[in-house]
Design a protein around this ligand. Structure first.
Ligand SMILES: [Zn+2]
Length: 683
């Protein structure tokens, strides 16, 4: 290790200090290279020198080494540039592709339904052969060859000029992006540590529901019910709409629990503790009068001393760890910029406007009025999770299970049927055969997943769950979704013109394409697909869920800005800020519909604590899914259109979407579908 560390074991800023001789060396080399290759090359020479200098450290070599490297590796004419581009494209495909194959093989025992998992299998599964690739490529200077010759671009440049670029220019940009950051190993370690610790905190944050007591001393929830915050608590609110007896009382009680968690007035002693009874309204804590579990956390007495802002301490640790990477990421120097400019490639400002467009849509009060009518009571705050827009199923789950089990007794039976399934989706026999030949079906240990290849000579894997009696309907529904991923992966890798462009712009796009398949699962079984009324109900359900998650995402975004503006904040100050931000967003976009002010529920999402500004992906995903689905509906024949859009590869999201549907990414398709749905669903 060439880096120095201070006593807090935090990396110092030393690595980013450029060697003193760098500026003069740059000027000298610029003159020499222009003389050698001509004035026309000057902009490329300046750019290459700047990009290399940004990452060059004293440990990479002295001035002589720097000058020797630049002189020896600058591609000064088109022929040399073509050779370098072709070589890196080919060899990086081999590197990434074989790494992915090793990773897949190493995880085989834990991923597949293939007998017991030994302790060493878990170690194999956790090993990432590519973990040090970027470090190695900076150390052996291959990364610098790329930075010297190919352009790093900012999101603004890609958005302003990208539509005029050739495919090759896009590929060169993506090639350079592999090396747009040089984050030291100990910074990555600090980030993984913060990720692991906040994840651990969230994953053990359970509430024992039978031990919640209301003001009449009643227990509303059954024994042994243990719900993880916030997902299980939220899903219980959803399930309680079906309980005409106690549903409302249960929902109100869960809302009370959520408020206690967000405000950190929850007694620390009751978290994941079945040995204490707790009244979330009065905050009284007593030894449990009923026993439904032997689990007993040590040293927890019956006191209502509040959780000491632990929730916000972990969030602050996420921020502090993320901030360590900032100096090593010159093109995206904050976690906020890395999430929006690099991962999503949509400017934050535009994303915020898209969310506000949904939140302040005139459709919101109309859908809210419809929900109120269906519930027969005024809306309460927790109705942001209303999920009652559910179509009646034409077939029972048991009927569907029987049909699927007969058709697919084994994973291989499904694999054999893929060409026929794809032809039903409108792929030509030839394209269906091509896609199917690149997909291997394996028995999954869990519910199923799709694992794409990373080089053209490897194959995509579809992992699906098949029970002893054959596949069931739920498994089939998931398999069709994963097959959508695999077909996208195959076309966007195997038929792409430049390797560096393989894939889609971000995860929302591959999910949207998978949903296009998944939504047609009944058709694929030869059954009648959902009618217009059923589709309208589903649309309203998605619209309401998007309305909810847009607000949650705005809270997440504002909180990260607040942390960057208050780097010295204490957990207590962060708590107060999150509460204020949650209330502000609620008061602006929800209070007019719910007729209640200062609600803090938007701050309950667990992903806000352990996922580093991930939440905005959800509403963006809903919007993109609607755009693609609407487009596919209009084209009728999905197959050829699916292949055409997948082959666009990893260009900018807006360009991709314009190429696919004629419009940039936005909420218009979702809003139009919701408006049509409202005219079909009257009560
Ligand atoms: Zn998926």
């Amino acid at each position: 290790m060439k880096t120095s560390q201070n006593e807090n074991n935090r990396p110092t800023g030393e690595l980013v200090v450029a060697p003193a001789w760098l500026k003069s060396a740059e000027a000298k080399l610029e003159g020499e290279l222009v003389q050698k290759y001509g004035e026309a090359q000057r902009p490329r020479i300046q750019r290459g020198l700047k990009q290399v200098s940004e990452f060059w450290r004293a440990s990479d070599g002295d001035q002589a080494a720097f000058e020797g490297f630049i002189g020896g590796n600058f591609a000064g004419d088109q022929g040399a540039l073509d050779t370098a581009f072709g070589r890196f494209e080919y060899l990086l495909e081999q590197a990434f592709g074989h790494m992915a194959e090793i990773g897949r093989e190493f995880r085989q025992q834990t991923d597949l339904d293939a007998g017991p998992v030994q302790p060493y299998d878990k170690v194999f599964a956790g090993y990432d052969p590519s973990a040090h690739l970027t470090d190695d490529f900076f150390n052996n200077k291959l990364a610098f060859v790329v930075l010297l010759n190919f352009p790093l671009t900012t999101l603004n440049e890609r958005l302003a000029e990208g539509d005029k670029w050739t495919r090759r220019q896009w590929a060169e940009t993506r090639l350079a992006e592999y090396f747009s950051k040089r984050i030291p190993a100990e910074v990555n370690l600090a980030i993984s540590k913060a990720t692991a610790e906040s994840g651990q905190y969230i994953s053990s944050y359970n509430i024992w529901m039978h031990h919640l007591i209301d003001d009449q001393g009643r227990r509303l929830f059954p024994p042994k019910m243990r719900l993880l915050s916030h997902w299980n608590l939220r899903d219980e609110i959803k399930a309680d709409y079906n309980d005409s007896q106690n549903g409302l009382a249960k929902q109100r009680m869960i809302e009370g629990v959520m408020e206690r968690i967000v405000t950190q007035t929850i007694p620390a002693s009751v978290i994941d503790n079945p040995q204490l009874d707790w009244n979330p309204y009065t905050n009284d804590v007593k030894p449990a009068a009923e026993k439904d579990s032997d689990s007993a956390p040590a040293g927890r007495t019956a006191t209502n001393a509040p959780e000491p802002n632990t929730r916000y301490r972990y969030l602050l640790e996420d921020y502090r760890a993320s901030k360590l990477a900032d100096p090593y990421s010159p093109n995206a120097p904050t976690l906020i910029a890395r999430r929006f400019d690099e991962d999503r490639q949509l400017p934050e400002e535009r994303v915020r406007k898209m969310f506000e467009q949904v939140l302040s849509s005139p459709l919101v009060p109309q859908v809210a009025a419809l929900i109120q009518k269906r519930l027969g009571r005024p809306l309460e705050s927790f109705d942001i999770w209303y999920n009652g827009f559910r179509p009646k199923m034409k077939y029972t789950e048991a009927e569907l299970d029987a049909i699927v089990a007969k058709k697919y007794p084994t994973p291989k039976a499904y694999e054999k049927d893929i060409p026929a399934l794809l032809e039903k989706l409108g792929f030509s026999p030839e394209r269906a055969k091509f896609a199917a030949e690149n997909i291997i079906v394996d028995p999954a240990r869990g519910s199923g997943h799709a694992m794409g290849a990373a080089m053209r000579q490897a194959k995509a894997h579809l992992r699906t769950r098949v029970e002893k009696g054959g596949m069931n309907y739920k498994g089939f529904n998931i398999a069709v979704h994963e097959m959508g991923h695999n077909v996208e992966q195959t076309f966007s890798l195997n038929t792409i013109d430049y390797y560096s462009l393989n894939g889609v712009p971000n995860t929302a796009f591959t999910e949207a394409l998978a949903f296009v398949f998944q939504g047609r699962d009944l058709e694929l079984l030869g059954l009648q697909s959902p009618d217009a009324q059923a589709e309208a109900l589903k649309t309203l359900n998605d619209f309401w869920a998007t309305y909810e998650i847009c607000g949650v995402s705005l809270v997440d975004m504002r909180v990260w800005h607040w942390m960057y503006e208050h780097p010295q904040a204490t957990p207590e100050q962060l708590r107060d800020a999150v509460l204020q931000i949650s209330k502000d967003v609620w008061n602006q976009f929800y209070a007019p519909v719910f007729h209640k002010k200062d609600v803090v529920l938007l701050g309950i999402y667990s992903h806000m604590i352990d996922s580093f500004l991930y939440l905005p992906d959800y509403p963006i995903g809903h919007m993109i899914a609607f755009q693609l689905e609407e487009h596919m509906k209009q084209t009728g024949k999905i197959g050829p259109e699916f292949e055409r859009v997948a082959r666009q590869g990893r260009i900018a999201p807006d360009l991709w979407m314009r190429g696919a549907t004629g419009s940039p990414v936005g909420p218009e398709a979702l809003l139009a579908a919701a408006e049509r749905a409202l005219s079909l669903v009257k009560n």
